[in-house]
Design a protein around this ligand. Structure first.
Ligand SMILES: O=P(O)(O)OC[C@H]1O[C@](O)(CO)[C@@H](O)[C@@H]1O
Length: 193
């Protein structure tokens, strides 16, 4: 896995492959499989059953721009389509460690951006060309609500940080399930057991 670049980072062109979601030049690539997502889905029995194939749920391909103060790292996330107990495939979700915003740009597929500030859940539909803005102090999780891979570009301040503990403690306000008329947002429940 190529690492982030060492500062000072020169001006650079970053290309991406719209079939694989890979970046060129490439930085770190994060792959999260079902087994990496313990405690994420509401239906623990369905999650346990899904461990048998242990499929990749999402990948995050980063450019070489480092996660350091003053830099603006970029990544392309691809969430593969699928559901666990009726709940759509999604990212773990995190709050930034520091009060920093972030911008997403939808590239392909259908998705959504679930946001939660501890009191107010928000849902932003994402399709190719959509820009989703995440203000500071809002936890965020991305969800694939379609039948194809959902892919988006993220750009964020390099010193944002990832606080997963906040989401473990507070939840995300809503969960997103497949419904007969499209994605159905239901009140968040912590997984039992
Ligand atoms: O860290 P998580 O919640 O697994 O999700 C990864 C997401 O975080 C980012 O790295 C930055 O917010 C995104 O590019 C990516 O979608």
């Amino acid at each position: 896995m190529p690492p982030f670049a060492t500062p000072p980072v020169p001006p650079m062109h970053v290309g991406f492959d719209d079939r694989s979601g890979g970046m060129s030049p490439s930085g770190p690539v994060l792959v999260r499989r079902m087994s990496d997502l313990r405690g994420l889905y509401a239906d623990q029995a369905a999650w346990t059953a899904a461990l048998e194939s242990d499929d990749v749920v999402y990948e995050v391909a980063s450019s070489p721009v480092p996660e350091l103060e003053g830099e603006l790292p970029q990544s392309i996330t691809t969430i593969l389509p699928g559901r666990v107990g009726g709940e759509f495939h999604m990212t773990k979700g995190h709050m930034h460690t520091r009060p920093r915003g972030e911008i997403y740009l939808g590239l392909s597929g259908l998705g959504g951006l679930l946001l939660f500030d501890g009191e107010r859940p928000q849902w932003i539909e994402m399709r190719p060309g959509s820009i989703g803005y995440i203000p500071p102090h809002w936890a965020h999780r991305s969800v694939n609500v379609g039948d194809e891979p959902y892919r988006f570009l993220a750009v964020y301040p390099g010193d944002s940080g990832h606080d997963y503990g906040w989401v473990a403690e507070h939840g995300m306000g809503h969960r997103v399930f497949h419904g007969s008329g499209g994605p159905e947002l239901r009140p968040f429940t912590f997984p039992a057991g």
